[in-house]
Design a protein around this ligand. Structure first.
Ligand SMILES: Nc1ncnc2c1ncn2[C@@H]1O[C@H](COP(=O)(O)OP(=O)(O)OP(=O)(O)O)[C@@H](O)[C@H]1O
Ligand SMILES: [Mg+2]
Length: 401
């Protein structure tokens, strides 16, 4: 996920202007605001004489070395300190590069700048090597209500934390009806919504007061289950919550409600991994198709959302198969969870997820497959050893006479 960035661009070449506008199509810049201006570096000097500057400024100039340096000095006189500056110039010479960098400019690129040049320069300019490493964010979203998305999220969170020993925060964003605390037999201290209504106050210490969990590896942010009248959330509050959680854990599992809002879409787009949970019926197929198309366009093919089929055996009743989903969506499901109401009801009643109650259950094996895929950890090679005795037995079996 990327931070919000406000970028002022003063391009001269039409190709540079086009590249700057194209940044918004890159997943890393979805939350950035690109403000295009005209007039290049000279235009920037005029503009900032009467306007405040954004955190990041990109200016283009077509002058020779002397003209470029003079204009940059002019710019330094009108821009507030602390802003990052990327310069695009026409002079291809290492001495000008050194001279400009020594003036405190973050980067110097040759004109016209491609979209790749710009994104790499911005990445270098804004990367803080002293910043804390941040955890991976995994969003779980049910294509239709009640498909079993929260059940998948809770089991995967349990496996990642308790079995795979990754510090995990499970954030139940179904703020009124969420069941994350219930699933682990925990009593929430304070509903998560209270933390989100006053985002200014939110910091790691306060957030910790909202967390419950049986171990340090698994901390849960959830609700008592209580609809309230004041539940309108700001996107910024959710963003801050997720960002703080990332600073406090290796993995942040987001249990999203089946609901459509800007912040939900944002979390589906920006998460490191997005898992869509569907069951096998026509309404799920239609909505999965719409959502897969939307996410494919905005997340890009390399960050494709993954599909999990829940209550898989129900397909016998709706007469839809996994193959129908695979061919319509062009996505191979990551895992299939069998439909087993008795085991799942028992697990809710006991306050223990299936993966904890019965690790050999087919559902638990499917949850493990999802946890392996999203953990980012390399998986050990399949052990062939266990097959050998069986093979030997077969070979040794005497032929019947
Ligand atoms: N594979 C399964 N087989 C049988 N029952 C299941 C299965 N997965 C989940 N359930 C049950 O289905 C119900 C809904 O599950 P869950 O709350 O996980 O769905 P959801 O998609 O998160 O729903 P919501 O739209 O309310 O957020 C629960 O009672 C749960 O125990
Ligand atoms: Mg749910």
């Amino acid at each position: 996920m990327n931070h919000r960035l406000n970028i002022d661009v003063f391009a001269l070449a039409p190709e540079t202007a086009e590249s700057a506008l194209g940044l918004k199509n890159l997943p890393a810049f979805l939350r950035a605001t690109v403000n295009p201006h005209s007039g290049g570096l000279a235009g920037a000097v005029k503009h900032y004489a009467t306007n405040a500057a954004s955190q990041l400024i990109i200016v283009e100039d077509d002058g020779d070395t002397a003209a470029l340096i003079k204009r940059l000095e002019g710019l330094a006189g009108v821009v507030e300190p602390g802003r990052k500056l990327i310069v695009i110039g026409a002079v291809n010479d290492i001495t000008i590069y050194r001279q400009i960098i020594s003036m405190g400019v973050a980067d110097y690129l040759l004109s016209p700048a491609s979209i790749g040049d710009l994104s790499a320069a911005i990445e270098r300019a804004t990367h803080d090597p002293a910043a804390q490493p941040k955890g991976k964010v995994i969003s779980f979203y049910g294509i239709r209500g009640g498909v079993g998305s929260s059940t998948v999220a809770h089991n995967v969170a349990w496996l990642l934390s308790t079995q795979m020993k990754m510090r995990t925060i499970l954030v139940d964003l179904d703020l009124a009806f969420g069941t994350a605390a219930l699933a682990f037999n925990e009593e929430p201290r304070q509903p998560l919504i209270d933390a989100l209504l006053d985002p200014e106050r939110l910091d790691p210490i306060l957030l910790q007061r909202f967390m419950v969990g049986e171990s340090d590896d698994l901390q849960i942010l959830s609700t008592h289950g209580m609809p309230r009248s004041s539940m309108i959330l700001s996107q910024l509050a959710i963003e801050k919550l997720v960002d703080l959680s990332r600073q406090m854990a290796d993995i942040v599992v987001l249990d999203l409600p089946h609901y459509w809002a800007n912040w939900v879409e944002d979390l589906l787009l920006l998460a490191d991994e997005t898992i869509l949970v569907a069951s096998l019926d026509l309404a799920n197929l239609r909505d999965a198709r719409n959502l897969v198309d939307l996410l494919r366009a905005k997340r890009g093919e390399e960050r494709e959302a993954r599909l999990v089929i829940s209550k898989a055996d129900m397909g016998k009743r709706s007469r839809l198969t996994v193959k129908d989903f695979t061919s319509t969506l062009s996505v191979q499901p990551l895992a299939q969870i069998p439909f087993d109401p008795t085991s799942f009801i028992e697990s809710v009643n006991d306050g223990k997820v299936i993966s904890e109650k019965n690790r050999k259950h087919k559902a638990a094996l499917a949850f493990q497959r999802i946890a392996d895929a999203v953990s980012g950890r390399p998986q050990p090679a399949r052990r062939l050893m266990s097959w050998r005795p069986a093979l030997k037995r077969q070979v040794a079996k005497p032929a019947r006479t």
